[in-house]
Design a protein around this ligand. Structure first.
Ligand code: GTR
Length: 323
């Protein structure tokens, strides 16, 4: 009886113990703890932890603690970091296929974007980054990006001329803002607040949640609804870390990533709405009544200029055909 008790106690202990080989993978994000992208990767970690009996999990390092998006992408490429959750833009130079969903005025609606990214085209884009050392696991929503400025509202394309506008660290983004006539200034996300504050830049562009959670909306009160791109967020794993996983673990990671994308969308919609309300409540000027066509025409010129690879052109065509 005593012996049986002992075995039972040992078994009970084993159930709460973390396996000796437990591995905590590291992931980086530029956003705070309660931002949907961070919540999504934590959600993914919970699923993985449960399915692997505590063997694997992911710790998310927030607020650019491990570096800017550009730096953490480099770390992930060489396997110094296991995961990175970034926007597709800073991947553009390294994995050209990610330029495609970054292109301006490409997606007709949120539904169109989700349908494309959830289907074979989305898979192809994720898969394409593998030759660069990344295993693409999931796309997350990022809403639409619009221009915001500190001193002067943008009501027409002419207003943007010569303005210094911060862009993500991507050549495509530089071309995009140049096409609008702006003086494009690439810089890491974490430096934009100070740049807006001290006047290094006259404005930036982003979606509602980023505009508000960074407090940029307190410095740049004019938000012009250009909605020029819906470039999504992406979660990639370093090929090196991926290769350390068993076939079974890979399946678990892929499935958990897919689930985290659905979870993220649920959180995202609400935050987009609340962020917009917060900016309005703060008295910010939202410019919605303006002619968007000149913006679309100007930015449209970058298609011919920047997408020269026939395969990428075809990918764009296929996206347009998705109904
Ligand atoms: C946000 C995005 C970040 C980062 C940032 C930026 O919308 O979620 O990953 O790319 O924009 O503008 O740098």
């Amino acid at each position: 009886m005593k012996r049986l008790n002992c075995i039972a106690a040992a078994l009970a202990m084993a159930a709460v113990c973390v396996p000796a080989t437990a591995k905590e993978f590291r992931s980086s994000d530029v956003h705070p703890e309660d931002y949907p992208t961070v919540m999504a990767v934590k959600y993914m970690s919970d699923i993985i932890k449960q399915k692997t009996g505590g063997k694997d999990s992911i710790k998310v390092y927030t607020m650019s603690q491990l570096g800017s998006e550009k730096d953490t992408i480099e770390q992930t490429k060489i396997g110094a970091l296991d995961f990175v959750r970034i926007n597709v833009a800073p991947m553009n130079n390294i994995c050209p296929e990610t330029m495609v969903p970054t292109m301006p005025f490409l997606f007709r609606s949120k539904e169109h974007m989700r349908k494309v990214l959830d289907g074979p085209i989305g898979d192809e884009i994720l898969k394409a980054c593998e030759k660069q050392g990344f295993v693409g696991l999931a796309f997350y929503d990022s809403g639409s990006r619009s221009l915001y400025t500190v001193k002067k509202p943008v009501k027409s394309l002419a207003d943007v001329k010569g303005m210094k506008i911060r862009v993500q660290q991507s050549d495509l983004w530089v071309s995009l803002l140049q096409a609008m006539g702006a003086n494009a200034t690439p810089m890491p996300y974490g430096e934009v607040y100070t740049a807006l504050k001290v006047g290094t830049v006259d404005g930036a562009e982003n979606n509602w949640p980023s505009y508000v959670t960074t407090s940029h909306y307190k410095l740049a009160p004019y938000y012009t609804l250009t909605e020029h791109t819906m470039g999504p967020e992406v979660l990639v794993m370093s090929l090196r870390a991926w290769e350390s996983l068993s076939t079974e673990e890979r399946e678990i990671f892929r499935d958990a990533a897919r689930k985290s994308s659905t979870f993220m969308r649920g959180v995202w919609n609400g935050l987009e709405e609340r962020s917009q309300q917060q900016a309005r409540a703060a008295g910010n000027t939202i410019i919605a009544d303006f002619d968007r066509q000149p913006f679309e025409t100007a930015m449209g010129t970058i298609y011919a200029k920047t997408v020269t690879d026939p395969d990428l052109r075809q990918l764009i065509e296929r996206i347009r055909q998705v109904q």
